[in-house]
Design a protein around this ligand. Structure first.
Ligand code: DAH
Length: 345
Protein backbone atom coordinates (compact mmCIF):
# COMPACT_ATOMS: atom_id res chain seq x y z
CA UNK A 1 0.00 0.00 0.00
CA UNK A 2 2.91 2.24 0.77
CA UNK A 3 4.15 1.62 -2.74
CA UNK A 4 0.82 2.50 -4.15
CA UNK A 5 0.80 5.76 -2.24
CA UNK A 6 4.22 6.64 -3.59
CA UNK A 7 3.04 5.87 -7.12
CA UNK A 8 -0.06 8.01 -6.77
CA UNK A 9 2.02 10.88 -5.48
CA UNK A 10 4.59 10.57 -8.26
CA UNK A 11 1.97 10.38 -11.02
CA UNK A 12 -0.08 13.24 -9.64
CA UNK A 13 2.93 15.48 -9.08
CA UNK A 14 4.07 14.77 -12.62
CA UNK A 15 0.64 15.58 -14.06
CA UNK A 16 0.54 18.85 -12.07
CA UNK A 17 3.91 19.89 -13.46
CA UNK A 18 2.75 19.26 -17.01
CA UNK A 19 -0.69 20.90 -16.65
CA UNK A 20 -1.15 23.97 -18.84
CA UNK A 21 -4.58 25.25 -17.90
CA UNK A 22 -6.53 25.82 -14.66
CA UNK A 23 -9.17 23.40 -16.04
CA UNK A 24 -6.57 20.66 -16.29
CA UNK A 25 -5.64 21.23 -12.62
CA UNK A 26 -9.27 20.69 -11.65
CA UNK A 27 -9.31 17.44 -13.63
CA UNK A 28 -6.23 16.20 -11.79
CA UNK A 29 -7.76 17.11 -8.44
CA UNK A 30 -10.86 15.06 -9.22
CA UNK A 31 -8.82 12.08 -10.43
CA UNK A 32 -6.82 12.03 -7.23
CA UNK A 33 -8.93 13.51 -4.46
CA UNK A 34 -12.48 13.34 -5.88
CA UNK A 35 -15.15 10.94 -4.68
CA UNK A 36 -13.80 8.21 -6.94
CA UNK A 37 -10.20 9.45 -6.80
CA UNK A 38 -7.16 7.22 -6.36
CA UNK A 39 -6.12 8.63 -2.99
CA UNK A 40 -9.69 8.66 -1.72
CA UNK A 41 -9.90 4.95 -2.47
CA UNK A 42 -6.89 4.32 -0.26
CA UNK A 43 -8.26 6.41 2.57
CA UNK A 44 -11.51 4.43 2.35
CA UNK A 45 -9.65 1.12 2.47
CA UNK A 46 -7.90 2.06 5.75
CA UNK A 47 -10.73 0.66 7.81
CA UNK A 48 -9.89 -2.86 6.69
CA UNK A 49 -6.31 -2.67 8.00
CA UNK A 50 -4.91 -3.54 11.39
CA UNK A 51 -4.68 -0.73 13.92
CA UNK A 52 -0.93 -0.52 13.50
CA UNK A 53 -1.05 -0.34 9.69
CA UNK A 54 -3.96 2.09 9.79
CA UNK A 55 -1.85 4.48 11.83
CA UNK A 56 1.27 4.48 9.64
CA UNK A 57 -0.45 4.29 6.27
CA UNK A 58 -3.12 6.72 7.40
CA UNK A 59 -0.52 9.28 8.45
CA UNK A 60 1.38 8.82 5.22
CA UNK A 61 -1.77 9.12 3.09
CA UNK A 62 -2.79 12.32 4.84
CA UNK A 63 0.63 13.84 4.38
CA UNK A 64 0.48 13.03 0.67
CA UNK A 65 -3.02 14.51 0.39
CA UNK A 66 -1.81 17.76 1.97
CA UNK A 67 1.19 17.93 -0.32
CA UNK A 68 -0.94 17.32 -3.41
CA UNK A 69 -3.51 19.87 -2.32
CA UNK A 70 -0.94 22.57 -1.83
CA UNK A 71 0.79 21.82 -5.16
CA UNK A 72 -2.56 21.92 -6.93
CA UNK A 73 -3.32 25.29 -5.32
CA UNK A 74 0.02 26.81 -6.23
CA UNK A 75 -0.06 25.56 -9.80
CA UNK A 76 -3.62 26.81 -10.25
CA UNK A 77 -2.69 30.30 -9.08
CA UNK A 78 0.31 30.31 -11.41
CA UNK A 79 -1.72 29.16 -14.42
CA UNK A 80 -4.46 31.69 -13.79
CA UNK A 81 -1.94 34.47 -13.66
CA UNK A 82 -0.25 33.50 -16.92
CA UNK A 83 -3.56 33.05 -18.73
CA UNK A 84 -4.62 36.54 -17.57
CA UNK A 85 -1.33 37.89 -18.83
CA UNK A 86 -1.73 36.21 -22.18
CA UNK A 87 -5.24 37.64 -22.57
CA UNK A 88 -3.90 41.06 -21.74
CA UNK A 89 -1.15 40.59 -24.28
CA UNK A 90 -3.61 39.50 -26.96
CA UNK A 91 -6.19 42.17 -26.29
CA UNK A 92 -3.90 45.04 -25.64
CA UNK A 93 -4.85 48.27 -27.35
CA UNK A 94 -2.95 51.48 -27.71
CA UNK A 95 -5.47 54.09 -26.67
CA UNK A 96 -3.17 56.86 -27.83
CA UNK A 97 -3.26 55.75 -31.47
CA UNK A 98 -5.18 58.10 -33.76
CA UNK A 99 -8.67 56.72 -34.43
CA UNK A 100 -10.31 55.87 -37.73
CA UNK A 101 -12.64 58.66 -38.73
CA UNK A 102 -16.23 57.45 -39.11
CA UNK A 103 -17.93 59.02 -42.09
CA UNK A 104 -21.02 60.95 -41.09
CA UNK A 105 -23.96 61.34 -43.43
CA UNK A 106 -25.75 64.64 -43.88
CA UNK A 107 -29.36 65.56 -44.45
CA UNK A 108 -30.45 65.82 -48.06
CA UNK A 109 -30.74 69.47 -49.16
CA UNK A 110 -34.49 69.01 -49.74
CA UNK A 111 -34.90 67.68 -46.20
CA UNK A 112 -32.89 70.59 -44.84
CA UNK A 113 -34.99 73.08 -46.74
CA UNK A 114 -38.29 71.47 -45.75
CA UNK A 115 -37.31 71.40 -42.08
CA UNK A 116 -36.45 75.06 -42.21
CA UNK A 117 -39.67 75.92 -44.05
CA UNK A 118 -41.73 73.90 -41.57
CA UNK A 119 -40.17 75.68 -38.63
CA UNK A 120 -40.74 79.14 -40.15
CA UNK A 121 -44.39 78.34 -40.84
CA UNK A 122 -44.76 76.73 -37.41
CA UNK A 123 -43.66 80.03 -35.85
CA UNK A 124 -46.64 81.62 -37.64
CA UNK A 125 -49.07 79.00 -36.36
CA UNK A 126 -49.15 76.63 -39.36
CA UNK A 127 -49.34 72.90 -38.71
CA UNK A 128 -47.47 70.55 -41.04
CA UNK A 129 -49.55 67.69 -42.43
CA UNK A 130 -48.90 65.05 -45.06
CA UNK A 131 -51.05 63.22 -47.58
CA UNK A 132 -51.01 60.19 -49.88
CA UNK A 133 -48.79 60.17 -52.95
CA UNK A 134 -51.19 57.78 -54.69
CA UNK A 135 -54.31 59.89 -55.05
CA UNK A 136 -57.76 59.46 -56.55
CA UNK A 137 -58.85 61.32 -59.64
CA UNK A 138 -61.55 62.98 -57.52
CA UNK A 139 -59.17 64.60 -55.02
CA UNK A 140 -56.45 65.40 -57.52
CA UNK A 141 -58.80 67.00 -60.05
CA UNK A 142 -62.61 67.04 -59.68
CA UNK A 143 -62.82 68.32 -56.11
CA UNK A 144 -60.35 71.04 -57.04
CA UNK A 145 -62.73 72.36 -59.68
CA UNK A 146 -60.95 70.65 -62.57
CA UNK A 147 -63.65 68.53 -64.27
CA UNK A 148 -62.85 65.91 -66.88
CA UNK A 149 -62.17 67.42 -70.32
CA UNK A 150 -61.43 70.80 -68.78
CA UNK A 151 -58.42 72.22 -70.62
CA UNK A 152 -56.80 72.97 -67.27
CA UNK A 153 -56.07 69.25 -66.87
CA UNK A 154 -53.47 69.64 -69.58
CA UNK A 155 -51.34 71.56 -67.08
CA UNK A 156 -50.81 68.32 -65.19
CA UNK A 157 -49.58 65.42 -67.33
CA UNK A 158 -50.23 62.44 -65.20
CA UNK A 159 -49.07 58.93 -64.29
CA UNK A 160 -52.27 56.89 -64.15
CA UNK A 161 -52.26 53.65 -62.18
CA UNK A 162 -54.05 50.36 -62.76
CA UNK A 163 -57.11 49.95 -60.58
CA UNK A 164 -56.95 47.12 -58.04
CA UNK A 165 -60.70 46.79 -57.45
CA UNK A 166 -63.96 47.92 -58.99
CA UNK A 167 -63.96 51.34 -57.35
CA UNK A 168 -65.29 54.19 -59.46
CA UNK A 169 -62.31 56.43 -58.89
CA UNK A 170 -59.24 56.17 -61.04
CA UNK A 171 -55.89 56.28 -59.23
CA UNK A 172 -52.82 58.32 -60.12
CA UNK A 173 -49.54 59.56 -58.70
CA UNK A 174 -50.60 62.97 -57.41
CA UNK A 175 -49.57 65.82 -59.67
CA UNK A 176 -49.64 68.37 -56.87
CA UNK A 177 -50.13 68.66 -53.10
CA UNK A 178 -53.40 70.61 -53.51
CA UNK A 179 -55.65 67.50 -52.98
CA UNK A 180 -54.78 67.75 -49.29
CA UNK A 181 -56.73 71.03 -49.14
CA UNK A 182 -59.90 69.02 -49.73
CA UNK A 183 -58.94 66.07 -47.55
CA UNK A 184 -58.06 68.34 -44.64
CA UNK A 185 -61.16 70.55 -44.90
CA UNK A 186 -63.38 67.46 -45.09
CA UNK A 187 -62.24 66.43 -41.65
CA UNK A 188 -61.54 69.77 -39.94
CA UNK A 189 -63.47 72.95 -39.26
CA UNK A 190 -62.03 76.44 -39.73
CA UNK A 191 -59.93 78.24 -38.65
CA UNK A 192 -57.33 76.38 -40.67
CA UNK A 193 -53.63 77.07 -40.98
CA UNK A 194 -51.69 74.21 -42.58
CA UNK A 195 -48.77 73.52 -44.85
CA UNK A 196 -48.45 70.27 -46.82
CA UNK A 197 -44.95 69.37 -47.97
CA UNK A 198 -44.61 66.31 -50.18
CA UNK A 199 -43.51 64.56 -53.32
CA UNK A 200 -45.46 65.01 -56.55
CA UNK A 201 -45.17 63.44 -60.01
CA UNK A 202 -45.54 64.66 -63.58
CA UNK A 203 -45.35 62.70 -66.79
CA UNK A 204 -43.00 64.86 -68.78
CA UNK A 205 -39.62 65.09 -70.44
CA UNK A 206 -36.79 65.90 -68.04
CA UNK A 207 -34.20 68.65 -68.37
CA UNK A 208 -32.19 70.87 -66.02
CA UNK A 209 -35.35 72.43 -64.63
CA UNK A 210 -37.98 69.71 -65.11
CA UNK A 211 -38.18 66.34 -63.43
CA UNK A 212 -40.84 63.64 -63.27
CA UNK A 213 -40.69 63.72 -59.50
CA UNK A 214 -40.21 66.72 -57.24
CA UNK A 215 -41.42 68.34 -54.03
CA UNK A 216 -44.10 70.92 -53.45
CA UNK A 217 -45.15 72.83 -50.39
CA UNK A 218 -48.83 73.63 -50.24
CA UNK A 219 -50.35 76.16 -47.87
CA UNK A 220 -53.92 76.81 -46.78
CA UNK A 221 -55.35 79.41 -44.42
CA UNK A 222 -59.10 79.62 -43.94
CA UNK A 223 -61.26 81.60 -41.54
CA UNK A 224 -64.02 84.22 -41.71
CA UNK A 225 -61.93 87.16 -42.90
CA UNK A 226 -58.68 85.97 -44.42
CA UNK A 227 -57.54 88.21 -47.27
CA UNK A 228 -54.81 88.59 -49.88
CA UNK A 229 -53.17 91.10 -47.53
CA UNK A 230 -52.71 88.29 -44.97
CA UNK A 231 -51.21 86.12 -47.68
CA UNK A 232 -48.77 88.78 -48.83
CA UNK A 233 -47.54 89.47 -45.30
CA UNK A 234 -47.09 85.80 -44.48
CA UNK A 235 -45.37 84.85 -47.74
CA UNK A 236 -43.03 87.86 -47.60
CA UNK A 237 -42.01 87.00 -44.05
CA UNK A 238 -41.52 83.37 -45.05
CA UNK A 239 -39.20 84.12 -47.97
CA UNK A 240 -37.29 86.79 -46.04
CA UNK A 241 -36.58 84.33 -43.22
CA UNK A 242 -35.77 81.47 -45.61
CA UNK A 243 -33.32 83.49 -47.71
CA UNK A 244 -32.12 85.51 -44.71
CA UNK A 245 -32.63 88.88 -46.38
CA UNK A 246 -35.40 91.41 -46.92
CA UNK A 247 -37.53 90.21 -49.84
CA UNK A 248 -40.09 92.17 -51.85
CA UNK A 249 -43.17 90.33 -53.15
CA UNK A 250 -44.97 90.87 -56.44
CA UNK A 251 -48.29 89.23 -57.30
CA UNK A 252 -49.19 88.81 -60.98
CA UNK A 253 -52.67 87.82 -62.17
CA UNK A 254 -52.80 84.20 -63.29
CA UNK A 255 -55.17 81.26 -63.52
CA UNK A 256 -55.70 78.19 -61.39
CA UNK A 257 -59.05 76.36 -61.40
CA UNK A 258 -59.08 76.08 -57.60
CA UNK A 259 -58.50 79.76 -56.78
CA UNK A 260 -60.23 82.98 -57.72
CA UNK A 261 -58.56 85.40 -58.13
CA UNK A 262 -55.32 83.56 -58.85
CA UNK A 263 -51.79 84.89 -59.06
CA UNK A 264 -48.17 84.01 -59.58
CA UNK A 265 -45.92 84.98 -56.69
CA UNK A 266 -42.62 86.62 -57.61
CA UNK A 267 -39.89 87.55 -55.14
CA UNK A 268 -37.15 90.12 -55.65
CA UNK A 269 -34.13 88.32 -57.10
CA UNK A 270 -32.01 86.98 -54.26
CA UNK A 271 -28.95 86.71 -56.47
CA UNK A 272 -28.63 90.24 -57.83
CA UNK A 273 -30.94 92.24 -55.55
CA UNK A 274 -32.93 93.36 -58.62
CA UNK A 275 -29.98 94.77 -60.54
CA UNK A 276 -30.58 92.16 -63.22
CA UNK A 277 -28.69 88.88 -63.66
CA UNK A 278 -28.85 85.63 -65.63
CA UNK A 279 -30.84 83.83 -62.92
CA UNK A 280 -33.71 86.36 -63.04
CA UNK A 281 -33.17 86.87 -66.78
CA UNK A 282 -32.48 90.57 -66.18
CA UNK A 283 -36.01 91.06 -64.83
CA UNK A 284 -35.12 91.41 -61.14
CA UNK A 285 -37.91 88.97 -60.21
CA UNK A 286 -38.08 85.22 -59.56
CA UNK A 287 -41.31 83.27 -59.91
CA UNK A 288 -41.54 80.92 -56.92
CA UNK A 289 -45.17 80.05 -56.20
CA UNK A 290 -48.76 79.96 -57.40
CA UNK A 291 -51.51 81.20 -55.13
CA UNK A 292 -54.97 82.65 -54.85
CA UNK A 293 -58.16 82.94 -52.85
CA UNK A 294 -59.81 79.53 -52.44
CA UNK A 295 -62.50 79.05 -55.10
CA UNK A 296 -66.12 78.73 -53.81
CA UNK A 297 -66.45 75.38 -55.63
CA UNK A 298 -63.49 74.04 -53.65
CA UNK A 299 -65.18 75.03 -50.37
CA UNK A 300 -68.38 73.37 -51.59
CA UNK A 301 -66.55 70.15 -52.50
CA UNK A 302 -65.10 70.06 -48.99
CA UNK A 303 -68.53 70.59 -47.40
CA UNK A 304 -68.06 74.24 -46.38
CA UNK A 305 -70.47 77.08 -47.07
CA UNK A 306 -68.50 79.51 -49.28
CA UNK A 307 -70.62 82.39 -47.95
CA UNK A 308 -69.31 81.79 -44.44
CA UNK A 309 -65.57 81.31 -44.96
CA UNK A 310 -62.77 82.62 -47.08
CA UNK A 311 -59.06 82.00 -47.32
CA UNK A 312 -55.98 81.72 -49.41
CA UNK A 313 -54.00 78.79 -50.77
CA UNK A 314 -50.57 78.59 -52.28
CA UNK A 315 -48.25 76.01 -53.79
CA UNK A 316 -44.51 76.30 -54.29
CA UNK A 317 -41.91 74.11 -55.93
CA UNK A 318 -39.50 73.11 -53.18
CA UNK A 319 -36.75 71.94 -55.52
CA UNK A 320 -36.74 75.26 -57.32
CA UNK A 321 -36.42 77.13 -54.03
CA UNK A 322 -33.64 74.80 -52.87
CA UNK A 323 -31.88 75.39 -56.20
CA UNK A 324 -31.99 79.12 -55.51
CA UNK A 325 -30.92 78.86 -51.90
CA UNK A 326 -28.04 76.43 -52.42
CA UNK A 327 -27.18 77.49 -55.99
CA UNK A 328 -27.86 74.09 -57.58
CA UNK A 329 -27.79 74.23 -61.39
CA UNK A 330 -29.71 71.04 -62.31
CA UNK A 331 -32.90 69.67 -60.71
CA UNK A 332 -31.94 66.11 -61.63
CA UNK A 333 -29.06 66.22 -59.14
CA UNK A 334 -31.53 65.93 -56.24
CA UNK A 335 -32.24 62.26 -56.78
CA UNK A 336 -29.07 61.37 -58.65
CA UNK A 337 -27.59 59.74 -55.55
CA UNK A 338 -24.28 61.31 -56.62
CA UNK A 339 -22.01 61.53 -53.56
CA UNK A 340 -20.05 64.42 -55.06
CA UNK A 341 -23.29 66.37 -54.93
CA UNK A 342 -24.64 65.08 -51.60
CA UNK A 343 -21.38 65.57 -49.72
CA UNK A 344 -21.63 69.34 -50.19
CA UNK A 345 -24.54 69.59 -47.77
N1 DAH B 1 -51.14 73.04 -57.46
C1 DAH B 1 -50.51 74.05 -58.29
C2 DAH B 1 -49.50 73.39 -59.24
O1 DAH B 1 -49.12 72.28 -58.98
C3 DAH B 1 -49.82 75.08 -57.46
C4 DAH B 1 -50.80 75.94 -56.76
C5 DAH B 1 -51.22 77.09 -57.34
C6 DAH B 1 -51.28 75.57 -55.51
C7 DAH B 1 -52.12 77.92 -56.69
C8 DAH B 1 -52.20 76.37 -54.86
C9 DAH B 1 -52.62 77.57 -55.47
O2 DAH B 1 -52.72 76.08 -53.68
O3 DAH B 1 -53.52 78.36 -54.83
O4 DAH B 1 -49.13 73.98 -60.19
Amino acid sequence: MKNELAKIYANTADAITKAETPEKIEEIRIECLGRKGALTAILRALKDLTAEERKTIGEEANKIRQKIESRLREKKIELERTSRESILKKEWIDVTRPGKQIKKGTLHPITQLLREAESIFASMGFATIEGPEVETEYYNFDALNIPENHPARDMWDTFWLKKLDNSEDRLLLRTHTSPMQIRYMESHNPPIRIIVPGRVYRYEATDASHDIQFYQLEGLMVDKNISIANFKAIIRLFFSRLFEKEITIRLRPSFFPFTEPSFEVDISCIICGQKGCSVCKQSGWLELAGAGMVHPNVFKAAGYNPKEVQGFAFGMGVNRIAMMKYKIPDIRLFHSGDLRFLKQF
